[in-house]
Design a protein around this ligand. Sequence first.
Ligand SMILES: [Zn+2]
Length: 287
Amino acid sequence: MLVSAKEMLTKAKEGHYAVGQFNINNLEWTKAILQTAQELNSPVILGVSEGAGKYMCGFTTVVNMVSAMINELGITVPVALHLDHGSYEGTLKCIEAGFSSVMFDGSHYPIEENIAKTTELVNICNAKGLSLEAEVGAIGGEEDGVVGAGECADPAECKMIADLGVTMLAAGIGNIHGKYPENWAGLSFETLAAVSEAVGDMPLVLHGGTGIPEDMIKKAISLGVSKINVNTECQLSFAAATRKYVEEGKDLIGKGFDPRKLLAPGVEAIKATVKEKMELFGSVGKA
Ligand SMILES: [Zn+2]
């Protein structure tokens, strides 16, 4: 059964660790992440972008696939199925389809409009027992096709959105999506500390987890980050393992072209990446 992310994140914040959100793209991705979470007895959040939802044939298909897989694999750790960077319309569609958690990214709206739309969604999510993530201060990198440097959120605006009753808050602290450039200035712990103080108990979300040095991740967790999003890193490890298999000519040996064999090294690579992150975030054994 899918659960809201509220309880797992409240526990994470209290216990000074973070729960990983790992984005899914297909059956293999989902299976690899669920199996790793179960093996490590860790709570987990499966992230689905609107694009990935479309790719997987719609949000209802995703809900049915993930729910069925949880049953068939005997997954007992808490699993939240979460919309990543949802538009207002996309968020409503996911709620309708049966997601247990959603993110409404209103960071590109003026703060008044972000507040108005977030308020409506808080009411809907509360009535249905779903968790809701909001965003303040756009996270850099490629988000909706716009590439930008990591912005730093205004702590006062963060408090305004947090006070609406969202479950968790993503605040820009110089983090960006995708690979970090050579000249990246690093996370702004000053901003994070100010946001953390402004929002109190609210779990904070760190987007763009790929390539942030381990000591910065640990420091961010100590300052109130309870959810860390990982997407690009699984894609890179999957691609590297698949490339190696093909470059070694293994698809040309025997039945090496069988998709179950061809995709197996990539799946193992995703598992290894997820394991590494869960250990770093401290969520192992916390289910
Ligand atoms: Zn993000």
